[in-house]
Structure formats: C-alpha cells, structure tokens
Design a protein around this ligand. Sequence first.
Ligand code: BES
Ligand code: MN
Ligand code: ZN
Length: 511
Amino acid sequence: MDYRNVVGSGPELAGFSADVLLVVLTPEQSRTGSAPLDALVSEALSAGDLELKDGQTLYVHRPAGLKAPRLAVAVAGGDTPRQFKAAIARLASHAKGARLTHAAVATAQGLTVMAAHAEMLAAAFGDATYVYSLSKPSAPKPAALKKVSLITTAGDATAAREGLARGQALAAGSALARELGNRPGNYCTPTGLANEARQLAKTFKHIKVEVFDRAAIEKIGMGSFLSVTNGSAQPPRFIVLRYEGAGKDQAPVVLVGKGITFDTGGISIKPAGEMDEMKFDMGGAASVLGTFRAVAELRPKVNLIGLVPTCENMPSGTATKPGDVVTSLSGQTIEVLNTDAEGRLILCDALTYAERFKPAVVVDIATLTGACVIALGHIHSGLFSADDELAQSLEQAGKIAGDTAWRMPLDDEYGDALKSNFADMGNVGGRAGGAITAAVFLSKFTKAYRWAHLDIAGTAWKSGAAKGGTGRPVPLLTHFVLSQQGKGALEPKPAKPAKPAKAPARRAAKA
Ligand code: BES
Ligand code: MN
Ligand code: ZN
C-alpha cells in the first residue's frame, strides 16, 4: 500500500480526486471548511441520518458538489489517536470495493493530525484489508486499494509523513504475525516458521538468520526444550535472528518468542473443546518475526536479536511423562509435573542462551497461561518484570502503540509453589496465581540481565466468529525497540554489590 500525505485546505476537498473520500469528524469538530461537504453533513444531521456521536457513520454515493464519487463520514469519540483509529477502522470498510484503488482521508478543521494519528491510520487500513487465504481458496479477494492519501494542513504534514511511514511498517509486521498465527498447525510447523525467518532475511538485507536443527540443539544442551519435542514427529528448530542497526559496542535488545506450533498438552492432554486454538500457541514467535519485519523497514539505530525455540507439544509413546526430570541448559533440573506447562520449558533454555549476547535487556513473549486470560481478559497483555524502569518503558510503548500491557506482580514468594522433592524446581505451581508462578519460573533463568515477560495468552488471537490472530504485541514491541534508539539501550544491569568479606570465610569453614 502506498500511503502519502497531501497538503490541502478545506475548500480543496470538493475538488479532490479519489475513488472514495473518507472524513473523520468529532462531536466538537464537525466542519471541514468545504462548503458542499459541510452542507451535506448539516443536512444529514437535520434529517437525523447522522448524529455527532461516537460510532456514527454515513455513506453517500455520488455526493453533490464533490468530485469523489463516494463519501463516507465517521464520527470519532474525540481527537485522540486511539479514537481516530477506531473511526478509520469503520471507514476502511467503505474502501474495500473491487473498483476502489485510491482512498483519501480528511479530518474536520481543528482536528490536529499528529504522527500518532497518521500511524494509526496506516495500521487501521492494514488491519482492515488483511485477508487470510492460504488454506481457503474461496476467501474474498484482497481489497483493490493501492493508495491512501491523508489530506492535512501544511503545519501537520511533517508529522503525518513520519507517522504514515511508521504505521505502514507496523501494519506489515502485524500482518505477518497475524498470518503466521492463522496458519493451521499442519501448515505452520517448526520447519515452516524457520523458513519464514529465512524468507525475512532474504527480503531484508539487514536481517540475518541462523537455524539450529535437533542435533545442534542437543549440542547446545537445551535438555528442557528438547523434552517438549519427545512426542512429536515434527523436528524442532531453534531460530536466531539478528538485526544490526547500531555499532558493535551497543548491547542488543533480545526478544524471545514461544513457538509452540501446536499445543495438545502432551500426556497431560487438553480437553477437545477449542483445542484447535492451540495452533496460535506460536503467537510469541510470530510477534518476534513481525517485529523484525517492522524494524527492518524502519531501520532504527539499535541492535536486535530474536530467539525462537519452536516445536510441537504432542502425546505419544515417546513423549515426556509427568514426573520426568529434565536438565535445562542452565544446569538446573526441572520435574515436569504437567506436560501442558510446556511453554516455560522451551523458553527457559532460550533465556539461558540469551546470556551469550550480553544483552542490554531481554523481553520474552509467550501465550503462556490460561490464568493470564482469566486475570486480564483480552484487553491488556500481562507484563511481568522486577525492573521498574524496563516495565515502565514497555507500558509506555504499549500506550503509544494502542497495544497495552498491564503490570502484574512477580514476588519471589510465589515461587514457593514450584518446590520439588526430585528436582531443583517443578514446572507448575497450583492453579492459584498461575500466570505469576509461570513468570517466577522463568525468572529463575534470567538472573544475568534485565528482563521482562509478556504473557499474551489473552491478546494474541480472537475466538468466536472473528477467530484469528491479532498481530499483537508487534506494535508494542516495535515501539519499545524504537524507544531504545540513541539511548544506547537501557543501562546494563549494575554489577552485584561485592560480597561481604565474611561470606567466603564462612563457606570455607563449611567445606
Ligand atoms: N498454551 C497454553 C496457555 C493457554 C491456554 C493460552 C489457553 C491461551 C489459552 C499453555 O501451554 C498451557 O497449557 N498452560 C497451562 C499451564 C498449567 C498446566 C499450569 C494452562 O494455562 O492451563
Ligand atoms: Mn500447554
Ligand atoms: Zn502452550
């Protein structure tokens, strides 16, 4: 899609040439400065066909006095970027016709178009025009739309251009994450995900990729990750993505994404209802690939590493059994009390692997727990971090992107539930606080760096009639990565304070 900014004034709207003119009003700002357009809107208002209320839309074919043959007007709840996005999403449905290739978007006078508005516009068009078709030949043809012109004042033009570029990259990244999530488990296998990563590296020369197969993963020593693959006929993959946008002296941001391409639960098998949705259990991995896609286009001055452990979780005669003890890459042993708590088993080894990059910060993203869905529903992703500054950066990125996360607790006390008589830890606590015990489990593998965990179990996809991937949290992650620019990422984790002199002596005495 070609998004461009056009500088124009109200009176010029009537003569603007496009297949459809889309206009955003607010309850406070309903005049555009175009006489025929304003006359049309006031007529519709007095006829009761339109109200200046959030959610209202009006479509007019061959609007009198306008050059554009179609007009759609939407009333936004106010002038925030989020409200603007909701209005654009409604208008975009009027730009999907088979013969519509050029849509123009204008706003009421007084509605200042900031970069964030323009970004939301491109993101909303991306969302509205995405069509899944890989395994559905009868899917509707993608919209014919080729060009979207955002008409702004000269004063808003620079911000609009910057926002459109960002929105376009975000839309492409989110669409990739949605697409990968939507693909059925027999299409999107670990090998398939690795091929998608390779494809990214082929398309964007700033992305490098390395793929490890089972033998290589064994050699690294990822015993916890490999234990999850025992029941599956599909071979696992460990994907390492790199984007180098800054000097080698800059510590990288590392993103780690859970890539379970299908989660049956394993021997601790899940009930049949809605089990199909466990094809979305690679949503974390999809968001890492989607973020690389967006970053490759925006080219921020940061170094970025993506780590994706990917496999299936299947039951079989060779599958890991409840009670089996596995040895993680960190050396810590884990009693697999429930084979359905597999996400943490693949993530812990990837998190240990992350240490070798001497990261500025590590963020893992995972459809980790049903408990997180119970806690936060489908609005906010769960955010867990012991690092206040990092947590705030992620919260802030989510707010700017309209892709929010809500901070959850991470006290060590929750870890008591993970005690095991037969290993250094069990892989599950009780049902209570399940999203938190999962995060505390991961925290036992992240002591070497600044770390945050995003549980996206409630936000990565939608159920019901609109079943499908959302592309979240690509917007949050991309904004977070952008925010690390120039700052030289966050300060590296401060060195541990020196041990009191007495401590070694005491240890020596014990020995
Ligand atoms: N992939 C699931 C989490 C999940 C479940 C996400 C439902 C979205 C909807 C994860 O692997 C899992 O099965 N978690 C278990 C953990 C439990 C066994 C401690 C869960 O949440 O039930
Ligand atoms: Mn599971
Ligand atoms: Zn899972």
